[in-house]
Ligand binder design. Structure first.
Ligand code: MEV
Length: 306
């Protein structure tokens, strides 16, 4: 059984599409896949909400089948029946699509007797992600494959980030799933219309990612919390937050979180809050608002062996 991690982006979503650095981490929940030879290729995905066909919420017909074909073409393997299981809500910014792609690519390579080399796995995941996301930076797939805490710059190998002490994040699904493709396209349109203003926002986000990396190495959690808040404010100015996301962030801060922000593409989906303890007060506050939520640990132990 091959596996891959889900992810949270601590700092830097959207800016990472335009070459700024971002910091992301693997979470325990992810995806599993097993493959066997079959007369015709077939993919069955089970998940929290009967995920098949709804990953990333594109309007394309049968996007999962298209993505599966693109992934097999990239690996140059056909005639495989794959059973995959997701442990993450899909389309919520937690890297469900990339986790599936990485787990499926690993399962197919294992079946073929090939070593699941990182480059091949990421190449296959990229082909899959393009179907859902159009212009993926590759950060989701890198974290799905490697886990741990990573600094990611588009077009460069991901770098492990030193984490002085484990972090606990409270994670909530603050709104209905959103399309990463649509959110990335919305930022691209804004950038076309207002290049200087949008590039300045993206630069600021990139600087926050650099600072976050230093904070992680020093265990400077209070400062890291402020960075998450600043990143959220910039994402709001970029137009990718929603009132439900802003409310969930405010609830988390009121319940004692050190900082909170959306994670992933925004437009709905997940919020993360950095907490000191196990996050119970934040999780309780979110539950009382009817939000689905859980705690996730960011640790060097979340690294995935390849
Ligand atoms: C999606 O998890 C993160 C975005 O930055 C898109 C990408 O990097 O491909 C919004």
């Amino acid at each position: 059984m091959a596996s891959a991690r889900g992810k949270v982006i601590l700092v830097g979503e959207h800016a990472v599409v335009y070459g700024r650095p971002a910091i992301a981490a693997g979470i325990e929940r992810g995806a599993w896949a097993s493959a066997r030879w079959a007369p015709e290729s077939e993919l069955r995905v089970t998940g929290p909400e009967g995920t098949n066909g709804h990953l990333g919420h594109t309007n394309a017909p049968q996007p999962v089948e298209q993505a599966f074909t693109a992934l097999q073409n990239e690996l140059q393997v056909t005639g495989v029946a794959v059973e995959a299981r997701l442990q993450l809500p899909a389309g919520c910014g937690l890297g469900a699509s990339a986790a599936l792609a990485v787990a499926i690519a690993r399962a197919i390579l294992e079946l073929s007797g090939d070593r699941p080399e990182l480059d091949r796995v990421l190449g296959a995941a990229h082909a899959w992600e393009q179907v859902f996301h159009g212009n993926p930076s590759g950060i989701d797939a890198a974290v799905a494959a490697l886990g741990g805490c990573l600094r990611f710059v588009r077009g460069h190998p991901p770098q492990p980030v030193r984490v002085a002490q484990d972090l606990v994040l409270a994670v909530a699904v603050a709104g209905p799933p959103a399309s990463t493709r649509a959110m990335v396209a919305a930022v691209a349109r804004q950038r076309e219309a207002h290049p200087e203003q949008v590039d300045a926002l993206l630069d600021e986000i990139g600087c926050l990612a650099e600072e976050a990396q230093a904070c992680l190495g020093q265990g400077a959690l209070d400062r890291l919390g402020n960075i998450l808040d600043s990143n959220q404010a910039l994402l709001e100015r970029l137009g990718v937050s929603t009132p439900a996301i802003a409310r969930a962030c405010a609830e988390a801060r009121k319940a004692g979180a050190l900082g909170a922000k959306l994670t992933g593409s925004g437009g709905g989906g997940a919020v993360i809050a950095l907490v000191r303890d196990e996050g119970e007060s934040v999780l309780e506050a979110w539950r009382s608002q009817g939000l689905e939520c859980f705690a996730a640990r960011v640790s060097t132990r979340n690294r995935s062996p390849l």
